[in-house]
Design a protein around this ligand. Structure first.
Ligand code: IPD
Ligand code: CA
Ligand code: CA
Length: 281
């Protein structure tokens, strides 16, 4: 929590300052704030957990990769939103044990210009998720026709991206709405609050998911891959929903994902730090 809060201080100080932006890809941005936030977060983690492994979005792998504990750091999730001052971005710090999330903290920035506010989500295996210190829980919506859903689309416009465009259409046709906010950690926190009922996305990275997944799970969500297999942060698809709704969402995401696999699309684990033993299946 302390690490994520340090990153959030950096982001907070940058809110009203001009953005210094560079490009990682055609549309994939990075700002000086991403880098400064990661530096602040890693400083805290290194001093508290010198024996653990670290994986930061901007700086990559460091620390002791022989450890079973790996910290996954997204110093600014929703960078495009941050660059535009659109209010859906966050600082996300998660700890995984052999690839499975066990603790996490997300500081969400909401409200927008003239009204910025933050809320802090925290979770730990076996303890209820909290938002600003108060317990939260997923919704009870059990019928897809009554649900509000959220998804995301990565920067790479490949077959999985196209398949999710189709899913977006399919679900828009049968539910009350599909949102696309642009910050995976925020989407998972919103699931934990019960204000959306399910969230899925292809090709997220460990730092996008580690904290948000444990936050959603300890608030009562079921989390699997989009074809229903057990989740690890190295998977290239993720589906998280309130447990009652999960099978109805899985029915459609599963069909689509199996078709991708049958067409030879690579959905095998990625971003596993060299030397890190996560008990690969
Ligand atoms: C992105 C956001 C977005 C998701 C992308 C991520 P970034 O992270 O979480 O919602 O759709 O797949 O890469 O680049 O803003 O940290
Ligand atoms: Ca991210
Ligand atoms: Ca990021």
């Amino acid at each position: 929590m302390k690490a994520a809060e340090k990153g959030a201080e950096v982001v907070h100080d940058a809110l009203d300052r001009p953005r210094s932006i560079s490009f990682k890809g055609a549309t994939d941005l990075v700002t000086e704030t991403d880098e400064a936030s990661e530096k602040a977060i890693l400083g805290v983690l290194r001093s508290h957990f010198p024996d653990h492994a670290l994986l930061g979005e901007e700086g990559g792998v460091s620390g002791n990769t022989a450890s079973e504990f790996l910290w996954c750091v997204d110093p600014l999730d929703g960078t495009t939103n941050f660059a535009h001052s659109y209010p859906a971005f966050a600082v996300s710090v998660g700890c995984v044990r052999r690839g499975v999330p066990v603790a996490g903290c997300v500081v969400e920035f909401a409200g927008g210009p003239h009204a910025w506010v933050t809320r802090t989500f925290a979770a730990h295996t076996g303890r209820p998720t909290t938002c600003n210190g108060k317990p939260v829980g997923v919704s009870k919506v059990a019928d897809v026709r009554r649900s509000l859903l959220v998804t995301g689309f990565g920067y790479e416009h490949d077959e999985a991206w196209s398949a999710n465009m189709e899913l977006f259409k399919e679900f828009t046709d049968v539910c009350q709405g599909v949102r696309r906010l642009g910050a995976a950690a925020v989407d998972l926190c919103h699931l934990s609050l019960g204000i959306v009922d399910s969230y899925w996305e292809y090709r997220l990275k460990p730092w996008d998911m580690a904290a948000g997944v444990i936050i959603a799970q300890e608030a009562g969500a079921t989390v699997t891959t989009m074809d229903g297999r057990p989740f690890s942060v190295f998977e290239r698809s993720m589906l998280a929903s309130n447990t009652a709704l999960h099978p109805q969402i899985l029915e459609r995401t599963g069909t689509k994902t199996k078709a991708l696999l049958a067409a030879g699309v690579d959905l095998s684990p990625w971003f596993v730090p060299p030397g890190y033993d996560w008990g690969a299946p």
